[in-house]
Design a binder for this molecule. Sequence first.
Ligand SMILES: Nc1ncnc2c1ncn2[C@@H]1O[C@H](COP(=O)(O)OP(=O)(O)O)[C@@H](O)[C@H]1O
Ligand SMILES: [Mg+2]
Length: 504
Amino acid sequence: RPSPAFPSIGLDTMPKQENGQKEDSIIQNDLSESFEEEVRAFLSDEEKLHLFDDLTKVNPVTTTTVLKCLQARYAVNLFYTNAGCSLVALNPFHPIACLYSPELMREYHVALRPQDLKPHIFAVAEQTYRNVQSQIDPINQSIIVSGESGAGKTWTSRCLMKFYASVAASVISPKGNETVERIEKRVLDSNPVMEAFGNACTLRNNNSSRFGKYIQLQLDRFHHLSSASIQTFLLEKTRVAYQAPNERNFHIFYQITKGATAEERLEWNLPEGADYRWLPNSERNLDEDCFGVTRDAMFHLGIDRSTQNNIFKVLSGLLHLGNIQFSNPVDESQPCELEDKNKDFVKTVGDLLKIPVEELLESLRIRTITAGKQQQVFKKPCSRAECDTRRDCLAKVIYAKLFEWLVLVINESIYGDPSGWTSFIGLLDVYGFEAFPENNLEQLCINYANEKLQQHFVAHYLKAQQEEYAAEGLQWSFINYQDNQNCLDLIEGNPLSIFSLLNE
Ligand SMILES: Nc1ncnc2c1ncn2[C@@H]1O[C@H](COP(=O)(O)OP(=O)(O)O)[C@@H](O)[C@H]1O
Ligand SMILES: [Mg+2]
């Protein structure tokens, strides 16, 4: 819930745009000189910069003064800074001892006023929890974690989940069944599974989320975790069949090829050291390659070993599918040809995906067209390029369906009847802004989602707040900010925009 994020202190010295009125240029020059002087004066006290634990206390507020304060705090291992009612988190890029310990969680949880303790993600978490529990005005809450790719959103979301799993732990075993894992364990176990299947190593982040996620933690009337639900957005399924230079496929493919036992290698047809076109940079070993963690978490979520076995066979089938390559036929009226080596791949794919080889080859190489009044069916051999596209599409569809199914199973495992919960805390962790040397439709969609979040922030904190001040007749000079509405109009506007043209 918004509280005044930008008190007027400090802002009245900023170059002003009085409700759009233009000021005399001489006065403006004077103002900007004195303003620059103030910026210099503020920055000159270097020793004190790290003491600003709330960016609204920075005066004057400029990009430089704000960044210098954050930098000074980073240098002394202070990674969290308040900015009014939001929290700025910097990524330490290495584990910091005790920063997320159970003792610290407790300290924030039992504090009389958690917001008076050092800025921390646990202070936000606790305040959110208290808002939900409020006797006077209880209200459901959602925490939006935003930032560029690699900023630490997923890490932060995991910390928040751990916090609630600890302070709002369920009281009795779910459904009275001791063999079922407790709800908080299942919620936490959903992370390694979803990250194995939905995260990948990119140029910006070794563990980059390639999907958006909104998880709702549902609380009973005693404010204990009783159930949860997960909604995912736009999995970047193209990655299954195409990985940009120096990037990797989804983690799970590396996990199965590195972590399978000798017996499983035989059953899943994954001989040690085999080459797969869709498995680039597999010589790089990452922490995220740990297969055991994923398997155990799947098991705790109710996916038994035999179902897991089937899933891994399908994944192996996709890797072999990627090795199938076509060549142009001598006779153009015939389907594209396969080299002898490729024939083995097709057979393996058929075995692993349980598709008869003939059917598989037909769907990859032959197009069926239905035309005319009689709805006649024609079959036409596809060109080599079309066969490649069909192969890639098949892999993408299967992988996306598998991911969808996993989310469904996870949701079943954490589901609770709505009569059993009265309030919720939502956590939004989406893929962050990214710009690569070469960008695709995925980057456009990812960045569009982030522009929308930014607009929510702009509208909520800057526009609405200032309009409220004006409406209440407060002495308030409007502060300038960069509104990204123009950018959104360009992408989604009506009638003409990038998306409307793409749709056309
Ligand atoms: N609070 C933190 N403490 C230590 N390391 C962190 C923290 N936040 C992020 N990291 C590191 O940065 C990497 C990227 O963070 P991640 O949460 O995956 O970014 P995002 O989800 O914003 O793309 C993590 O894999 C981890 O190594
Ligand atoms: Mg992420």
